[in-house]
Design a protein around this ligand. Structure first.
Ligand SMILES: [Zn+2]
Length: 82
């Protein structure tokens, strides 16, 4: 969807400009905090980036934040070894 923005030119006339809406910031699936290193771009713009610039290169990168992933991994280890 395009956003309608009223712009006044130096001559005083008001024109309507169409502006692209930015997508929402990527957030962690558990704690809902904003994720770092995930660009705020539309899917078509994201596809043009190299894969390494789309999300952090770790397990669950771009889906979970580092703290939540750490907790999950600790829980998994506790379940296995008590
Ligand atoms: Zn989190």
């Amino acid at each position: 969807m395009m956003l309608r923005v009223k712009k006044r030119t130096p001559t005083g006339k008001v024109f309507i400009h169409l502006k692209k809406r930015k997508p929402r910031i990527a957030r962690c699936a558990i704690c809902k905090k904003p994720l770092h290193a995930v660009p705020r771009k539309t899917p078509s713009e994201t596809r043009k980036l190299p894969k390494t610039k789309r999300r952090p290169e770790r397990a669950y990168g771009g889906y979970l934040c580092s703290n939540c992933l750490k907790e999950l991994l600790r829980e998994g280890i506790r379940k296995r070894f008590g």
